[in-house]
Each structure stands twice: as structure tokens, then as C-alpha cells.
Design a protein around this ligand. Structure first.
Ligand code: MD3
Ligand code: FE
Length: 206
């Protein structure tokens, strides 16, 4: 389950009930105040995933409270219960409880064609771990290294309910999602198709 130092995969961590609740909440969060959108990159590219943010709004490549790139509204707050879930996730993955105060969640929705290229997450001013929860269709997740976008990397399938924590030396590793496998999710989660990924992060901003 430890894919690399600080990178821990816990398959099937979320119960079906927890997944159903998260799918329902994601549906609400996707409606606004800042609706879910395809992020437009500074050079004009459009990301194939759709993203909605809580706490802080991510726009490449910084966090703001106000969504200048969407509708100028302030993003919804990060609910306390979601930060609690993040603490429980971290404790289960690492086998010990730690202080952890995530202040933002990024929720990505992948349809069957969506991908995420290899990148590092370095817009946060903190090296606190990232907690990732997957719901819906299984994907191919590529976990690389901190030096280059390319090899060596480890390919892992992330299925519905899986938890992944990225801390320590893995926090700034390259990673991406080269493929989603349509039709592999359980409709009982409430998600008929596609994949949801929730990440909890500490921005280090105030
Ligand atoms: C490893 N999301 O939102 S989650 C992202 O499935 C992102 O939507 C992917 O990469 C997704 O930035 C991958 C797993 C993940 C998230 C954050 C990480 C892996 C990470 C940060 C550092 C290292
Ligand atoms: Fe990332």
C-alpha cells in the first residue's frame, strides 16, 4: 500500500454510504456559488476535467477567494465535516493521528474522455499532505518522481472508494491520470458515469 515514501494507497476506504453522501454533496457544490467549470490555462488550453473548489478557488496557478475567471463570486466554505474526514483519512493511511487543517478541497469530475497530464502540485505554500478520494469509474493513476515529468513512474488503478495520501517526499512528485475506464463504477454511489476525485489540501494562505 505504500507506493513510495509518504504515498499510501488504501483501496476501498470509503463505505458505499460515504460515497453516496459525497456524490450528493458534490452535485450541490457543482451548482455554485462558483459553478463547476473546465479550467482555462494561461496559454489558452482548456482542461478536460471539470473542477469546483471549496475554501479557496484554484486558478492556474494560484489560489484566490474570489473566482475572477468564472463569475467573480466567492467560493463556498470548506465544511468542517470534510476537514474531519481528511484527518481520519490521514490517520488511517499513516497509522497515527496528526495535526492537519486542510483549508481547501478541489473536486475534479472526469467524463470518459477526460485526462490529466503529468504535473506537480506546487501552488500551495505548505508541504502538508494531500488527501485524495476517488468515486465512480476506475482510472489509471500515474505516480512519478520529483525530478522529471517522465519515467520512472508507478501505475496504479484507483477505484471507487479508494483513498490516497501524498505526503513527505511524495508531496511534490509528478502525477497524472492518463485514462478513465468507463462503465467500471457502481451506479449505487449515485454517479451513473464518470469519475469524481476530491483532494484536500493546506494552501498555507490566509
Ligand atoms: C500526488 N488530481 O487535482 S488525485 C489534482 O485524480 C490531481 O483528479 C488527480 O492531480 C485526480 O491536482 C490525481 C491524486 C493526487 C492529488 C494530488 C497530489 C496525487 C498527488 C499532490 C502531490 C502528489
Ligand atoms: Fe495534482
Amino acid at each position: 500500500r505504500e507506493i513510495a515514501p509518504g504515498a499510501v494507497h488504501v483501496p476501498g476506504w470509503l463505505t458505499l454510504d460515504e460515497q453516496r453522501r459525497l456524490v450528493g454533496e458534490c452535485r450541490e457544490w457543482a451548482r455554485g456559488p462558483v459553478p463547476i467549470r473546465h479550467t482555462v490555462l494561461p496559454r489558452g488550453g482548456v482542461m478536460s476535467v471539470r473542477t469546483v473548489c471549496l475554501g479557496w478557488h484554484w486558478q492556474p496557478y494560484r489560489y484566490t477567494r474570489v473566482a475572477h475567471d468564472v463569475n467573480g463570486r466567492q467560493v463556498a466554505e470548506l465544511p468542517g465535516w470534510l476537514a474531519d474526514l481528511g484527518r481520519r483519512a490521514l490517520a488511517d493511511a499513516y497509522g497515527r493521528s496528526m495535526a492537519y487543517e486542510p483549508d481547501t478541497a478541489l473536486i475534479n469530475f472526469y467524463d470518459g474522455q477526460a485526462r490529466m497530464g503529468m504535473h506537480q502540485d506546487k501552488d500551495e505554500r505548505s508541504d502538508a499532505p494531500v488527501v485524495s478520494l476517488s468515486i465512480g469509474d476506475t482510472c489509471l493513476f500515474r505516480f512519478g518522481n520529483t525530478e522529471t515529468r517522465g519515467r520512472p513512474y508507478t501505475d496504479v488503478q484507483l477505484a471507487s472508494g479508494d483513498l490516497f495520501v501524498f505526503g513527505g517526499p511524495s508531496r511534490f512528485a509528478y502525477h497524472g491520470v492518463p485514462k478513465v475506464y468507463p462503465g467500471t463504477g457502481d451506479p449505487a454511489t449515485g454517479l451513473a458515469s464518470g469519475r469524481l476525485n476530491l483532494t484536500l489540501r493546506v494552501t498555507g494562505l490566509s
